[in-house]
Design a protein around this ligand. Structure first.
Ligand code: ZN
Length: 396
């Protein structure tokens, strides 16, 4: 199947102006000012007119509880698995799954199976092996073997630090974890990163900073997430990124979290503050924490409320940054396309250029609404309607 997208205003994510894009199968095979394509007999050519629309890479959501998470308020607060159309209707074509607080009744093998099911349904998936708490739960009983032997495993995570729910890992444990993930990544041509959950404890990023001080492990091996969850951590995170580390902002939130002295800073505003302070944009990623529980604890760390994270928040925060904080679209877009692709070494993802996977969003220029989503060359959403559903989804 060949698709020709005509007259697009292309954000690759850099702004490249008016372009035509040619897709053959699941790859982008040409991007140029004007493509006139003669089709050979027997092949089918679909022409998509993108006049007045923006075309971007399909979005990458690098931290999603695809098989559910939560459970902090007992079994009934376990959150549900994600469905294909939840993902595609949010413009997301690549997703990285992880376990959450509960790495006992949920395990990395089931996570791998869920990732494979989503890929069979049409999107691209990867996972972090391991668990919130140490010792890590793995698939093969060894972190390095998981990364080297299993195609979908790109690193370890989410591993919790500086949180009352963590296993309170010490510095030696973190060093060993990062060293193993790094070498397994080297041996398999993957990122071998550790995705680190940051909680609200006063320790903040200090355990990671200690590892970087004590060893020659580079900062790029860590992807610390939830950096925008409170003011102190956000301030430390900005300094950490200026010194070369990655920082990931969580976009799922609840407006009640944005109030108070040590409040969360929503992703859009956090991005704006970072750009104003010259934090390098390449070091900043967004992830949704979708399907995770958003637990609210009081000052005694007792659970007082719970809601469900949504992958829709990923693009919503990008647009909020553009519309309400005047962040240029191409800059905001980097946080969910080229930045996660390079941090996680996803070589064929996060850009619109020749040889890349055919993952694209076509977006209204006026409203920024997602009109069409193409994943691996297949149209999943068209004219804002979901046209491909997951196996057991109720078609609307
Ligand atoms: Zn987390």
């Amino acid at each position: 199947m060949i698709k020709l997208i005509k007259n697009a205003e292309l954000y690759s994510p850099e702004y490249l102006g008016k372009k035509d894009i040619l897709i053959a199968g699941n790859k982008i095979i040409e991007v140029s000012d004007r493509i006139n394509f003669d089709i050979k007999e027997g092949a089918t050519l679909e022409i998509i007119d993108a006049s007045g629309k923006l075309v971007t890479p399909g979005f990458i959501d690098s931290h999603v509880h695809i098989m559910g998470g939560g459970g902090e308020g007992g079994f009934k607060t376990r959150t549900p698995e994600i469905s294909l159309s939840d993902i595609t209707s949010a413009g997301i074509t690549t997703i990285v799954g992880c376990l959450g607080t509960d790495g006992i009744s949920r395990d990395p093998l089931s996570l791998l199976a869920k990732a494979r099911s989503l890929e069979e349904e049409g999107i691209s998936t990867f996972i972090y092996t391991g668990s919130y708490r140490l010792p890590l739960r793995t698939i093969t009983k060894d972190l390095m073997t998981d990364i080297i032997a299993i195609d979908k495993v790109i690193g370890a995570g989410e591993v919790a630090i500086s949180d009352h729910r963590s296993s309170q890992p010490n510095s030696d444990e973190l060093k060993r974890l990062a060293a193993d993930a790094r070498v397994a990544g080297m041996l398999s041509g993957k990122a071998g990163v550790v995705n680190v959950h940051l909680g609200d404890s006063d320790d903040m990023l200090n355990p990671i900073i200690q590892v970087l001080k004590d060893t020659d492990i580079p900062a790029k091996q860590f992807i610390p997430t939830h950096i925008n969850r409170n003011q102190k951590l956000f301030a430390q995170g900005r300094e950490y990124a200026k010194n070369g580390g990655y920082i990931d902002f969580t976009t799922s939130s609840d407006p009640s979290f944005w109030e108070g002295e040590n409040a969360e800073t929503r992703g859009s505003k956090a991005l704006k503050i970072c750009l104003d302070e010259n934090v390098p944009i390449e070091k900043i990623t967004f992830s949704s924490d979708g399907q995770g529980s958003l637990p609210l604890f009081n000052e005694k760390n007792e659970l007082i409320g719970l809601c469900l994270g949504s992958v829709k928040s990923l693009y919503e925060e990008v647009i909020d940054a553009v519309v309400n904080h005047s962040v240029p679209f191409e800059k905001a877009l980097m946080t969910i396309t080229s930045n996660p692709a390079s941090a996680l070494k996803l070589k064929n993802k996060g850009r619109v250029s020749v040889g890349q996977d055919a993952d694209l969003c076509i977006i209204s220029k006026e409203t920024f609404l997602i009109d069409t989503v193409i994943a691996m060359g297949r149209t999943m959403v068209e004219a804002q309607e979901i046209i491909v559903y997951g196996t057991f989804e109720n078609k609307k």
